[in-house]
Design a protein around this ligand. Structure first.
Ligand code: AMP
Ligand code: MG
Length: 326
């Protein structure tokens, strides 16, 4: 069985072909970036609109297949930015209608979490999901994702990007902040853990205030990382203790950060828990995860009729029934 997956929830438009032996037959992506500003939703959608046809074409070409070989199309239905989601929905629906293929709408977060089974040897982890827009500590219990802790304001990636925008680092800023942090030292920023939840917005505001007062950018990058990453490490450790799970996996674009994985892996070592990190190439947005989960959901035979499929910009992971087999 062959699935064509299409991703497009925010900044990346991507297409990937995966077969039921979990072979990745193609993986094509294009990511919207900017030099100085943050992400502009309207521009990201325009970028995706311009690239979408070529992305689909290239992904079939790389897989050496045509639409005749495709059994099912899966696409990212939400959560995400509405303008981007609309481009993806229209693309996926038009392909499904034109080539008479079943269509599966995928929750983007579930796809990220599930990709852990494709790339790492996980069994039943605490998921540390740290992307641009989302920051959540999640476990799977009784066929539901339970969000044990999450950000009360913006996601960790967006927090770094917001600071980066003010500091003229462009979008995305995470990796630039990581580089600058290597030459910085610690200055105090507010540490904001509330129960199992975290809050990054006040920290970013304070970092921006200090930047405007002339504090060294390198010091702010270092301190921003140390503060935000420590907060999440604290909450993840508590999630491990409460659930008695024995492994964690870090997923999402911020998983690329070496300092963050260092902190988490040290904590795991101290608790004799296994530490997994989604391979950097697949930690952020891509369509392989959409195709992979698309196949699993297709096999459940519980599909929504095409005319009822719409974008779901605020679709939370805890609203999903996990009735597919891992
Ligand atoms: P995603 O939304 O999962 O595609 O992840 C994108 C986010 O990951 C953006 O906010 C980036 O700034 C962030 N990111 C990417 N690389 C790094 C890094 N090395 N350190 C911190 N954040 C990063
Ligand atoms: Mg994502």
């Amino acid at each position: 069985m062959i699935c064509l997956g299409i991703e497009g929830t925010a900044h990346t438009i991507a297409a990937s072909v995966v077969d039921s032996k979990n072979q990745i037959l193609s993986d094509i992506r294009a990511m919207y970036t900017t030099e100085k500003t943050g992400i502009i939703p309207k521009d990201a959608a325009k970028f995706m609109e311009e690239k979408k046809n070529l992305i689909i074409e290239n992904s079939l070409e790389e897989a050496n297949l045509t639409f005749d070989d495709v059994d099912v199309i899966a696409f990212s239905q939400g959560p995400g930015l509405a303008p981007s989601l609309l481009v993806t929905l229209n693309l996926a629906k038009s392909l499904a209608l034109k080539y008479k293929k079943p269509l599966v709408g995928i929750n983007h977060i579930a796809a990220h979490l599930n990709s852990g089974f494709l790339f790492c040897n996980i069994k039943d982890p605490v998921y540390v999901f740290v992307s641009g827009a989302n920051t959540q500590i999640i476990v799977l219990e009784s066929k539901k994702y339970r969000i044990l802790g999450e950000t009360l304001s913006i996601g960790l990636g967006n927090a770094l990007d917001k600071f980066g925008r003010i500091a003229s680092l462009g979008f995305p800023a995470g990796s630039k902040i990581e580089e600058l942090a290597k030459k910085g030292s610690y200055i105090k920023l507010p540490y904001s853990v509330k129960g199992m939840d975290v809050d990054f917005s006040g920290i970013v505001t304070e970092a921006i205030r200090k930047l405007n007062q002339g504090e060294r950018l390198e010091n702010l990058c270092f301190s921003l990382q140390e503060t935000c990453f420590s907060m999440l490490t604290e909450v993840t450790e508590r999630a491990l203790a409460h659930t008695e799970k024995k492994e964690i996996i870090v997923i999402g674009g911020v998983a690329a950060n070496k300092r963050f994985s260092e902190m988490l892996s040290t904590m795991c070592k101290e608790r004799s828990a296994k530490f997994y990190i989604c391979p950097i190439k697949y930690a952020g947005d891509q369509a392989t995860m959409i195709a992979y989960l698309g196949l699993k959901i297709f096999k459940t035979k519980k599909l929504t009729p095409l005319e009822k499929i719409d974008i779901l910009p605020r679709w939370r992971a805890d609203e999903i029934d996990v009735n597919w087999k891992n």
